[in-house]
Design a protein around this ligand. Sequence first.
Ligand SMILES: [Zn+2]
Length: 63
Amino acid sequence: MKKQESPGAGGKAHLPEKICLACGRPFAWRKKWRASWDEVKTCSERCKGELRRETRAQKNASA
Ligand SMILES: [Zn+2]
């Protein structure tokens, strides 16, 4: 007999994951991204800002 994991028993939901391009950590799908999951590249707004800063710094060397 195999032990079966019952859903909802403190287990994780089956959600897609990505690796954050800013901090390199894996993060899971969230409701707020349901419309733009393909475009999500970072785990948080903070990382998003950092990534932007980096890409900008490479193109525009102002400020
Ligand atoms: Zn991140």
